[in-house]
Design a protein around this ligand. Structure first.
Ligand code: NAD
Ligand code: DAU
Length: 354
């Protein structure tokens, strides 16, 4: 068993969008920790995201599936993990509507396999151990024009994705209450920034604006999301992993509520400016398309608990973050071409009909 570092942490889903930002942050910030990244590299996982740290001495990548109990047991034998930060998931709501079973398999069964592996490995002594489950605000359902999601808000998931994440949260709490596994959870709002797969709203719109393609806004564009710069999510995870209270849940949000239409207008204007196109050019590409079934109207987070207990607050405004994100995607054309070639073209045609 490898035990030569101060801490040994298993991060799952570390080749995905948020996971890759977290892995890079942890590897660089904590040179005396060993970070093991377990990811099976679905369409959403990409080792190109991790180039900056791929040969760091305190980093190991393992390609494998979180539903594979044998692999998990052998990893817990090989490494003296004292922490798990669990992000691996199927994460796209539209795909969950088309193929719910994949979400149950990874998000529910995979989480239960990981909980069991950690419990089996740590059963003799839970002291100093921590299982951190990264979840979403979508478990709380849909808000009207007022109100905020708090940690005490009743669960009301409405898509196969959010139902699978809600189920996983319940299993994490069950392992805490039933077996005493030291867990901590967080439920976060919509993230954005570099390395997000372009099936999600912001990178999809930037990519389409760049190519002069229609900008598919679902319904009337009035749905509201609370946008958080991915780097701010990472600092919140760091804070919660190190200082969050065992058994507790922390909501994380950006205090940046925007309607989808406001957000797409802003992206059009930023990209037109960066590409030196006449003002208003890309707004003409906006096309209202059939709404997402069961489309949640509004998400908004009360992040008071993490601010009061752990002193965390978002640091990047949505204006600043969108400008940085658009500039990144316009520069990283190779990355975009790689991830949007192949299977993604099929998904796009099937979902958007062109
Ligand atoms: P993502 O889809 O970009 O990345 C998911 C990663 O998990 C990929 O690298 C993929 O290869 C890996 N993965 C999927 N199935 C796996 C399996 N069976 N075994 C091993 N690896 C597997 O997702 P993301 O947007 O980075 O989200 C990460 C986590 O954060 C998820 O749990 C998600 O629910 C949660 N979250 C996301 C957001 C957001 O706005 N993106 C907000 C709140 C919470
Ligand atoms: O709230 C946190 C969640 O945010 C995470 O748990 C999910 O993993 C993440 O995907 C995200 O879910 P959303 O469904 O909110 O994100 P998405 O980018 O898919 O859509 C954002 C909004 O934009 C939503 O109201 C649907 C709308 N939309 C999306 C796409 C892809 C469009 O209008 N057109 C589109 O083409």
């Amino acid at each position: 068993m490898k035990t030569d570092t101060k801490r040994c942490i298993l991060i799952t889903g570390g080749a995905g969008f948020i996971g890759s930002h977290l892995v890079m942050f942890m590897v660089e910030r904590y040179p005396d920790y060993h970070i093991v990244n377990l990811d099976n590299l679905t369409y959403a996982g990409n080792l190109e995201n991790l180039k900056a740290i791929e040969s760091a001495p305190n980093y190991t990548f393992v390609r494998g599936d979180i539903t594979d109990a044998t692999l998990l047991a052998s990893l817990f034998e090989e490494y003296a993990f004292d922490g798990v930060i669990h992000l691996a998931a199927e994460s796209h709501v539209d795909r969950s509507i088309e193929n719910p079973l994949a979400f149950i398999e990874t998000n529910v069964v995979g989480t239960v396999q990981l909980l069991s592996a950690a419990r089996n490995a740590w059963a003799a002594d839970f002291t100093g151990k921590r299982f951190y489950h990264v979840s979403t605000d979508e478990v709380y359902g849909s808000l009207g024009t007022t109100g905020y999601f708090r940690e005490t808000t009743a669960y009301d998931p409405r898509s196969p994705y959010s139902a699978s994440k809600a189920a996983s949260d319940h299993f994490v709490r069950a392992w805490f209450h039933t077996y005493g596994l030291p867990v901590v959870l967080s439920n976060c709002s919509n993230n954005y920034g570099p390395y997000q797969f372009p099936e999600k709203l912001i990178p999809l719109m930037i990519n389409n604006i760049r190519h002069g393609k229609p900008l598919p806004v679902y319904g009337d564009g009035s749905n509201i999301r609370d946008w958080l710069w991915v780097g701010d999510h990472v600092t919140a995870i760091d804070r919660i992993f190190h200082a969050g209270r065992i058994g507790e849940t922390y909501n994380i949000g950006g205090n940046n509520e925007r309607t989808n239409l406001e957000l797409v207008y802003a992206l059009c204007d930023i990209v037109d400016d960066l590409l030196v196109r006449p003002a208003g050019t890309s707004r003409q590409l906006i096309t209202f398309v059939k709404d997402r079934p069961g489309h949640d109207q509004r998400y908004a987070i009360d992040a008071g608990k993490i601010k009061q207990e752990l002193g965390w607050e978002p640091s990047v405004s949505v204006e600043e973050g969108l400008a940085k994100t658009a500039a990144w995607y316009l520069e990283q054309t190779d990355w975009l071409e790689h991830v949007t070639s192949g299977a993604y073209q099929e998904y796009y045609k099937q979902h958007y009909g062109e």
